[in-house]
Design a protein. Structure first.
Length: 174
């Protein structure tokens, strides 16, 4: 039933009496995709290419705009999403949420402290230095990360070294 609803309401196939008859609808849609893609490519080329468009925040803005427009259309009922804004199941289903025992959290923190106290600090530091060095040079990070973990470096320590090189993602201000 859900498959039929998705095909009927989300694919757009029912918008044409015979969508494959003479392939007019398919040809029209193909031409439309090509036309719109060419417009995007031309606009990006005018900006100086894809790298320049990314650096200018254009690509991220377009993704955000498209997602916003789609969500607005879904919420307004202009776009149908089966099971979300049409054909919902009326029965309530309880969602179990995971609750972490504070004692478990304290035990985990203590385990990390113990590992740090008992590990070979020089080996862990050297392995972390190699992670950072590989990140700066563009070399494959995976073998260095594995070596750091085997030297009992923590995920946070590895991530800190990578953040030192690559920084953190920050949403562009428009």
């Amino acid at each position: 039933m859900r498959t039929q609803q998705v095909i009927a309401y989300e694919s757009g196939v029912v918008d044409t009496a015979d969508p494959l008859g003479g392939s007019y609808a398919v040809e029209y849609l193909t031409n439309e995709v090509e036309r719109r893609a060419a417009e995007y490519i031309e606009k990006i080329d005018e900006m100086g290419g894809m790298l320049a468009a990314i650096e200018a925040g254009y690509v991220q803005r377009e993704i955000e705009r498209a997602a916003y427009d789609y969500q607005k259309a879904v919420e307004a009922g202009e776009e149908v999403v089966v099971g979300v804004n049409r054909f919902q199941i009326k029965e309530e289903t309880a969602i179990e949420t995971l609750k972490i025992d504070p004692a478990f959290e304290r035990a985990q923190v203590e385990r990390v402290r113990k590992v740090r106290a008992e590990r070979d600090t020089a080996a862990a530091t050297a392995a972390l230095d190699e992670v950072e060095k590989a990140a700066r040079s563009g070399e494959n990070l995976m073998p260095r990360i594995i070596a750091a973990v085997e030297a009992y470096a923590t995920l946070g320590e590895v991530a800190d070294r990578m953040r030192a090189v690559f920084g953190e993602y920050a949403e562009a201000a428009y």
